[in-house]
Design a protein around this ligand. Sequence first.
Ligand SMILES: [Zn+2]
Length: 237
Amino acid sequence: MSVIAEQIKVLIELQEFDLKIYKLRRIISIKPEEIAALKKSFEDNLKNLKTLEENLKNLQLNRKNKEMDLESREANIRKFQEQFFKVKTNKEYSAIQKEIDTIKADNSVLEEEIIGVLDKIDAEKASIEKEKSSIAKEEEALKARVKVIEAEIEAAQKEADDLNSKRREIASKVEPRILTRYERILANKDGIALVPVENEACSGCNLNVPWQVINEIKMMEKIIICENCSRILYIND
Ligand SMILES: [Zn+2]
């Protein structure tokens, strides 16, 4: 067996390990993003709750202001009513009565408004309760999901470590010059650096491999790469 033939044989074995390691690394790098996305969506819900609570605070402030306004207007009415005892003419009397009627009319509008605000406060409180209970459920689900994902990452990490130590052993049998070339392709081509020619096509990119190139691969005198995807080509016996 030629040197190249032996090297290809080792590379085929190495590629099997490297593809598995590549897939595990994808898990290890992508899964934390999944956790981050879940946490982000949970935090958005917390922000929602905060907005609802802020709304409630404003409504309560609004209610307090209206009630204070109503109180001071009622105090005004009492002041006018006290003046009844001091009036001497009908004209004065009806002037005071007119003032009182105006304030009373305004007050009944204000009272309606207060009732409206109270309704809104009740509705807001109900929304807050609903949001809180849904957040509590979501938090439970989030914790459980994060635990599962973290376990997946840990398992992938452990498996990758195991495979890596075996991989090193195999890689030590590859000539450094060829290994460097192989690893460079591996890094650029999604974990697949070495592919068989199948049905006269590169199985990495499906492009047709000319028969001259197929002959060159068969001669096993040098490493042949696909002219389209740059992966190392070999032919299965
Ligand atoms: Zn190709």
